[in-house]
Design a protein. Structure first.
Length: 531
């Protein structure tokens, strides 16, 4: 059995798969109020049957020995990762590798005591206690969620609850839902069909010799077909020498097949169309950008941290190779509209591998833009909080004179207030439009029917079909859509300099333009939000 991080998690489209997807992925971290842990853990979700071991942790044999000794106390064993079969990376690619260490019940006699259920958190905590160290570089495989983190207002009943959207009091009657839940209602920010009359975004002339267009890569659910997003604008199957970057199986693509998860009920999956929507936001804010859609999430909006780490590493390899030798691939902005909360975000108690990857990209002129999350909290979310913000409990590599790392919250359409659902805090750089955003959607036709139909004079006449998205446009809300707005603005600041070749080979100058643009946008976007 391979313990290397897979390029594609298998998705069997049978009844077992669909039933499993109705269950919340991973398990919640269980902890006692009074423990011997030097750092108190806080809630998160993780995959319980393996740990992630980064080469940042030191010699693999030493780490495996410590984990094996602790596992034996529970009647478990850890499986050794297979030898790395991939070709060695060039020395200039000093990027850590991550391996999955599976945990299995050890073989025991029939008379032995029952073995407790395998739990990666218990093993990690016990190993820390035995070694007296934080075991930096060894961590849980967290469940990352696309636009749906705990208190996120867009739950499973979104967007078409039974009385919605055609009740007489909706959306502005006295009984309209107040608070966070209001954003889930069509008419108040929840996903709903829309009509767009304006022109499509227009790209400028092709760059001159030696120039290029800015490139924005986003890690999400992929990108579906749309007139605004042709193949010469969006790379939907990015490659590197190791293979595909992200998932690639067309049969499991949530941007093409809108109902892959849960029962056969006709409802469009919660996160289906999320990546296409993000691509549309970037396309509107920077029509000249080339896009790279890295599919790491399924239609339920679920990402395993191990899968995202592998995809990020493969793309960052291409960024570094291009910047240092002309090979690989140029990327100017990375967009992450997803996140999770770490159980112990203190120095030494959470893995730095993702930060190493992102810092490497930033050193080579690529900005990192992250959504802050939709939980109405100031608890730091990752990867958004992976920078040196005031009051942080941790220290990360935040290189000087590099392209910026940006955490983006959501503002209401008036841009006079922050959206109630948006995460806030000193780790959030700015707040961009993120409520009732208009963008592209795949041409889904869900199972919900119009409320009324009355054909006359040979015409099909009916009321609004709430999940007929064949018009190609929708409104949606979330910090997920504020982040690509900022990513597009950053990319737009590079258009002229990249087109004439002036910025194409100058990392320092490119980083300077991105940093200056961020400062301008912080001033512009936050000026009207102060209470």
């Amino acid at each position: 059995m391979s313990n290397d991080i897979p390029a594609e998690r298998p998705h069997r489209q049978d009844w077992r798969h669909r039933w499993n997807r109705t269950q919340r992925q991973g398990v919640p971290l269980q902890f006692e109020a009074a423990t011997a842990d030097p750092v108190r853990p806080y809630p998160t979700r993780y995959v319980p049957d393996h740990l992630l071991v980064s080469t940042l942790a030191g010699p693999l044999e030493r780490v495996l020995g410590a984990l094996s000794d602790a596992a034996s106390e529970f009647g478990w064993r850890v499986e050794r990762p297979r030898p790395d079969q991939k070709p060695p990376l060039p020395e200039k690619l000093d990027l850590p590798r991550v391996y999955r260490v599976d945990i299995q019940p050890a073989e025991r006699s029939r008379t032995a005591e029952p073995v407790p259920e395998v739990d990666a958190w218990l093993l990690l905590r016990r190993t820390r206690q035995r070694t007296g160290t934080s075991l930096e570089g060894v961590g849980l495989d967290h469940v990352i969620e696309v636009d749906d983190i705990d208190l996120n207002p867009f739950g499973r009943t979104n967007p078409f609850g039974r009385t919605n959207p055609f009740g007489r009091t909706n959306p502005f009657g006295r009984t309209n839902v107040p608070g966070l839940g209001g954003y889930a209602e069509p008419g108040s920010g929840g996903r709903q069909v829309a009509t767009y009359f304006g022109p499509a975004p227009v790209r400028g002339p092709d760059p001159v010799d030696g120039g290029r267009r800015p490139v924005v890569a986003f890690f999400d659910t992929g990108c579906g077909p749309h007139a605004w997003l042709p193949a010469d604008v969006v790379d939907r199957e990015p490659q590197c020498p190791s293979g595909h970057i992200g998932f690639f199986d067309p049969a499991t693509d949530p941007e093409v097949h809108g109902d892959l998860e849960g029962p056969y009920d006709g409802f469009i999956d919660d996160a289906a169309g999320h990546g296409t929507f993000i691509a549309g936001v970037i396309r509107q804010t920077c029509p000249d950008a080339d896009l790279i859609a890295v599919r790491v999430s399924d239609g339920a909006g679920i990402v395993w941290e191990s899968e995202m780490l592998e995809a990020v590493r493969r793309l960052v390899e291409q960024i570094v190779l291009h910047a240092t030798g002309g090979e690989g691939r140029a990327v100017d902005v990375l967009n992450f509209s997803l996140g999770y909360y770490h159980e112990t975000p203190e120095d030494g108690y959470f893995d730095q591998t993702l930060n190493v990857y992102l810092a490497a990209a930033r050193r080579h002129g690529c900005a990192v833009v992250c959504s802050a999350g939709n939980d109405a909290t100031d608890r730091p979310a990752f990867p958004a909080a992976l920078w040196q913000w005031p009051g942080a409990d941790f220290t990360v590599d935040d290189p000087d004179d590099a392209a910026p790392h940006v955490a983006v919250g959501a503002a209401n359409p008036s841009h006079r207030s922050v959206a109630l659902f948006s995460n806030i805090g000193s780790w959030v750089h700015l707040y961009a439009p993120g409520v009732s955003v208009l963008s592209c959607t795949p041409a889904y036709q869900g199972g919900v029917q119009p409320g009324t139909r009355d054909d006359r004079l040979g015409l099909r006449r009916e009321s609004l079909d709430p999940d007929d998205l064949r018009g190609g446009f929708a409104l949606w809300s979330g910090t997920s859509f504020a982040a690509p707005y900022v990513a597009g603005l950053l990319a737009r600041s590079l258009v002229a300099g990249l087109a004439d070749g002036g910025l194409a080979g100058d990392i320092a100058a490119r980083s300077g333009v991105l940093t200056g643009t961020l400062a301008e946008q912080q001033d512009t976007l936050t000026a009207t939000l102060r209470a």
